[in-house]
Design a protein around this ligand. Structure first.
Ligand SMILES: [Zn+2]
Length: 254
């Protein structure tokens, strides 16, 4: 069984088919080119609309999608209407079956532009692979993003995090494989020019400069960050994340 399950929320008959086709191409790329988990599944919820609460939680207006590990965190912040797709309860008993390890969510506006759909879906799927295959690296990157004194000299932008850099490399690589470099570069130019915030414009400039074929070792790239922020990470583990099974107990010796 393919560990990547696609759900296109019905919206417009014509565009729904296009969205499904592009999402399938992204999934096929991952299946062919990467080792996929054998004991974990992810559901990709490709929405027909945008969800403001989700944008507010992650990055504001420029948020295009998210990878959310369900295990250990649950779905209590997520709207009830999505529950039945992500984790349906059995009506007689009220028991919830948890078929997926993670949910990947993409806003409707992300799905409407094919290149953006491919780039964001591949980006979030790479986070799913980080979570599945490199849990320690994933957890340390998640903690780094929560350091209370950010921004710092080395963590000034979201894309400074090694896990985010890798996700952007893969997002660019997969969309180029599907649409070609020219189409992707044009898309990046348009997004950089029309972006809704200074941070988003910086992000697109970063993506434009990335080499999509770069062989990037996310674990090795994380080590210097641990060396520089060990005290802050230990403080977070002792306080905010003391009860979190991944973040609270992860070894910082990477
Ligand atoms: Zn990301």
């Amino acid at each position: 069984m393919n560990p990547v399950v696609l759900h296109v929320e019905p919206n417009n008959h014509e565009t729904d088919g296009r969205i499904e086709r592009v999402a399938n191409q992204v999934r096929d790329y991952f299946t062919l080119n990467f080792a996929m988990p054998t004991n974990a599944r992810v559901i990709c919820y490709l929405d027909g609309t945008d969800r403001d609460w989700l944008k507010q939680m992650w990055g504001g207006a420029s948020n295009r999608g998210v990878h959310w590990p369900i295990r250990g965190q649950g779905l209590h912040d997520w709207p009830q209407d999505m529950w039945c797709t992500i984790a349906c309860s059995d009506p007689p008993s009220g028991e919830i079956d948890w078929p997926y390890e993670s949910v990947i969510y993409l806003h409707g506006s992300t799905c409407q532009i094919e290149v953006q759909l491919a780039m964001t879906l591949a980006h979030e799927l790479q986070h799913f692979l980080q979570y599945s295959h490199q849990r320690q690296t994933w957890a340390i990157n998640t903690l780094l993003a929560k350091l209370p004194y950010l921004p710092s000299a080395d963590l000034n932008h979201w894309y400074d995090l090694p896990a985010e850099r890798e996700a952007r490399i893969i997002g660019k690589r997969v969309s180029e494989a599907i649409f070609g470099k020219l189409v992707v570069n044009n898309h990046i130019e348009i997004m950089a020019r029309t972006s809704c915030s200074v941070e988003d414009a910086a992000d697109w400039s970063f993506i434009r400069a990335l080499d999509s074929n770069e062989a990037y070792d996310v674990r090795a790239a994380t080590i210097p960050f641990v060396e520089r922020h060990r005290q802050g990470l230990e403080d977070l583990q002792r306080t905010t994340f003391s009860a979190d099974k991944d973040l609270g107990t992860v070894s910082l010796d990477i």
